[in-house]
Every structure is written in C-alpha cells, then in structure tokens.
Design a protein around this ligand. Structure first.
Ligand code: ADP
Ligand code: MG
Length: 483
C-alpha cells in the first residue's frame, strides 16, 4: 500500500512551501497557526484509551445512561452465510436519498433494482403520519411498477438515525438528525409506524422484518462475500461504526432469544467526546465549527472526521492564514468568508491536483472569487488540506484500532462506506498506515462496501425470514426478535 508514500508526500509538501516562502518569520507564523492540527501518536493513544472507556460504559447497564457513546444493541446476531436466497424489498432512509429496492439473493449473486424517491421538505418537517404515508405510497408505486403486487415480500429497512432497538424489528427513534424533524416519531417504534401506514392503505402485502442502520448494512453486505468482516464504518456526511461483540458484554439488550453468542453493536461513535474528553485536541477551528452547527456540543468526534465538516475546518484555517497576510496576499472574498462554502470535495480535488501547475486548485479559487492565486498559495492550501485530512483519517484509525484491539480477533476485514472514504485520494492509505501503528499484531484490511444500505437490509431480512421459517417448521410460530 502507499501508506508511507502519503506520509512522505505530506512532509514533501511542507518542505515545498517552506522553500518558496523565503521569509523565515512568515514560515514560523504559518507553522504556529497550523501546529494544533498536527497530533502525535501519544495523542492518538490517549484518544483510543478514552474511546475504550466510553465504549465500555456504553455497554454496561449501570453506566449506559451517562455514557456519550451509546453502543446500541442491534439484535443482529449472525452475519450472512451465503445461503440466503429469494427476493426482498429494502428501504434506505437517512442517507442523501430515500430509496426503495428490490434485492434478489441467490448464493453469492446479488441483483438489485432500485428507485430514488424525493422526500419533499414539507414532509421532512411535517407529521410522522404524513412521512410514513409517503413512504408507503413510494413502496406501492415501486411494487406496482415491478409487478410484485401478488407476492408477500419481506422487507428490510435501513433507517440511519439513532434508534434504541428492543428487537430486530422494533426501533424507537431517539432523535431526528440530518434535516428531518417529523412530529410524533421520536420515542416511537418506526416499524409500528410503517406497518400502520401500510394497514391504512390496505393494498400492500409487505412485512418489515428488520431495521438496521447504514453501518450494519455495510458490515452485512461485506460479510456476504468476506466472512472475516466484523467491523463496519461510515465516512460520509457523518461518521459511525458497528462491530461484532460478545453477547455477554451486551448488557443493554432485552430478551433472551436463542442464537449465536454474539451481537452487532451500533456504537454511534460520532458522539465520542461529548463529555469533553476530546477537548485536548480541539483547535479554534473545531470550536467554531461546533459552535455554528445545529447541534453544538454534540457529535464532537464526528465533527473532526466527516464530510459535513472537513471542508469547513479547512476554510477556517485558510481564512486565518489569509487574515494574517500569509495567503492570497491577504485578499479575501465573499465566498471564502461564507460558512460551509468550501466543500469537502474541494479537499479531495486539491489533494489530487497536479503539483506543478495546480490547475484544479486555481479553478476552485477562481470559483470562490479570489483574484490572485500564486503557486505558493496553492502549495500552502494543499498543505492545509493534507493536515486536516490526515488528522481526520488518523482519528478514524484510532477508532478502528480501538475496536480491533478490543475484539482481539487475529484477522479482521473492516467494511467502509461513505463518499469521503470513497473519493478522497489518500484517506484509505492514511488509515492503513496509522491503524498498523495503533493496532499492532492484528491483520486487517479495509473493504469498500458497495451499496451496503440496500444489500445489507435485504440480507438481514433474509436471515430473519429464514429463522422465522425454521421456527414455523418446528411448530413455534412466534415472531423472532433476533437474527
Ligand atoms: P451519506 O453519508 O449521506 O449517505 P455520502 O456517503 O455520499 O452520503 O457522503 C456525503 C458526504 O461526502 C458529503 O458530506 C460530502 O461532503 C462528502 N463528499 C462528497 N464527495 C466527496 C469527495 N469527492 N471527496 C470528499 N468528500 C466528499
Ligand atoms: Mg450513506
């Protein structure tokens, strides 16, 4: 892997901008402004230790209440074994789009047919009843279009909002995030709300067998082809992780269903640090990002890492350099002064750019209406992007390493989903490099999860369906609450 290379290129970049800034005091001033973004291995070890503490507290029944990392039980007890087959519906709500999918499983073969439906703003902010009626209507349109009306189809629901689950198909929404705020859903079981909407229509033959979130979807989807997959992480708009925990450690799970002695845990690790334990690495830029977010003081770890925030951290650092006369000759613009205007995708573009002439970087700043951008400005911008990306990737590695060390399996595949990981030119290499340092002795690999939200939901529904059928065959028609 090019892990060492990415490190080297970072050092090279730093050197390159030093050589071209001839003024020694200017170099010192740049370094002073950016130094807080550069963390040491000691810092990452401290981060891991407090993440481990918070995870243990989240798992414990007596400590969960006050633990920032909630470690939600998912009631998913087994990864797919490859024998799953049949046709399943899946819903994906909580990512960038709402989708209905038809997933056909046949051994390793997976066929997916999906359709994106819009959820208009007035529904996102309206009543829960209205939202679920809309979802049922979308299912109806999809089923009709695919000539599936005559069949009873099991459905898996990827619902990527924090939920406290009481069973595989019982998920109480804790709190809406990501722009949704529908009345009468928080604290309620979203499967019951969906089934009520389906019953109200009376023309749909669909049963929701499982609710999962996108991390679980990523893990299940990769585990379908790689049995060593035991961790799933999301590096997209937000960040989250799930992993396979020993059942005896999962004190918050209710019921006592038969099944393997393991359960997937949805960590909701984005909330790590909400008790102040990451304050020691928090820079002024991070504090500003947090202060102006819609959830100030919350999701502190996520705000160091994910796509929703990284571009803004870079913008704030660039603005500080510029105001100190160290960038763009001190010249700013309306766009560069606008919160959220420096997108995280720009960070990927700058770091992928040709370092001789910086065509993409220059184009970005042209769009942002900065008039004169020198090669030296481009070098410094690239250095800032690299520092912010490196810190994000290394902090993600600290999280992964914390889980790997805790699981103590000799070899683990980590499923990863999300556009930040997928499109950033160095994120993968940086994570490989730092995880090696922070989780020594464990063999691991990162695997891009292809459409985990659809395939994962269908796989969980398939496993649930199989267990249900087995129970019925044994003469025990009770609905299973565990896979
Ligand atoms: P979601 O998390 O909503 O399911 P994605 O996984 O697509 O969706 O993640 C979207 C996030 O990824 C956005 O916040 C955006 O900032 C970031 N992103 C999109 N394109 C890129 C890119 N080329 N490089 C880095 N980040 C990107
Ligand atoms: Mg997603």
């Amino acid at each position: 892997m090019g892990s060492c290379q990415s490190n080297r290129s970072l050092a090279e970049q730093a050197k390159a901008f030093r050589y071209t800034i001839t003024d020694k005091t200017a170099i010192k001033r740049v370094e002073n402004i950016l130094r807080p973004l550069d963390l040491s291995d000691d810092d990452y070890h401290t981060v891991m230790q407090s993440m481990l503490d918070q995870m243990e507290r989240g798992l414990g029944a007596a400590t969960n209440d006050t633990a920032p990392i909630k470690m939600y039980p998912t009631y998913v007890r087994a990864v797919p074994d490859g024998t799953e087959s049949g046709e399943f519906l899946a819903l994906d709500l909580g990512g960038t789009n709402f989708r209905v999918l038809l997933v056909t499983l046949k051994g390793q073969e997976v066929k997916m047919d999906s359709k994106i439906f819009l959820i208009p703003q007035h529904i996102m902010l309206g009543s829960g009843k209205h939202l679920f009626d809309h979802i049922a209507e979308c299912i109806y349109r999809f089923v009709k279009e695919h000539n599936l009306m005559e069949r009873k189809l099991p459905l898996g629901f990827t619902f990527s909002f924090p939920c406290r689950q009481k069973g595989l198909a019982r998920a109480m929404l804790t709190t809406w995030t990501k722009g949704f705020k529908c009345e009468g859903v928080e604290g309620h079981d979203i499967v019951a709300l969906l089934h009520e909407a389906i019953t109200r229509r009376g023309d749909l033959n669909v049963e929701c067998l499982a609710v999962i979130n996108d991390t679980v979807g990523a893990l299940m989807s990769c585990a379908h082809t790689d049995r060593k997959c035991a961790v799933g992480i999301i590096l997209g708009t937000g960040s989250n992780a799930c992993y396979i925990e020993k059942l005896e450690k999962v004190e918050m799970a209710e019921g006592n269903e038969p099944g393997p002695p393991e359960m997937l845990i949805n960590t909701e690790w984005g909330a790590f640090g909400d008790d102040g334990s990451l304050d020691f690495i928090t820079t002024d830029f991070d504090r500003q990002v947090d202060k102006h977010s819609i959830n100030a003081g919350k999701q502190r770890y996520e705000k160091f890492i994910s796509g929703m925030y990284m571009g803004e951290i870079v913008r704030l650092a660039l603005e500080k350099l510029r105001k100190n006369g160290l960038l763009f000759g001190g010249e700013g613009s309306y766009h560069m002064a606008t919160r959220g205007r420096f997108y995280t995708k720009y960070v990927s573009e700058v770091e992928s750019d040709d370092t001789d002439s910086f065509p993409m970087t220059k184009q970005i700043f042209q769009e942002l209406e900065i008039e004169t951008v020198t090669d030296q400005d481009c070098r410094l911008v690239r250095h800032v992007c690299a520092l912010v990306s490196r810190r994000a990737a290394f902090l993600s590695s600290a999280g992964v390493a914390c889980i790997l060390n805790k699981m103590k399996r000799p070899e683990v595949t980590v499923a990863v989903d999300g556009s930040l990981y997928r499109f950033h030119p160095h994120f993968h290499d940086l994570m490989m490099e730092k995880t090696r340092v922070l989780a020594p002795g464990i063999r691991y690999k990162f695997m891009l999860s292809e459409d985990g939200s659809g395939k994962g939901a269908a796989l969980v529904a398939a496993v649930a369906n199989r267990i249900l059928a087995e129970q019925k065959a044994k003469g025990n028609p009770e609905t299973s609450s565990a896979v």
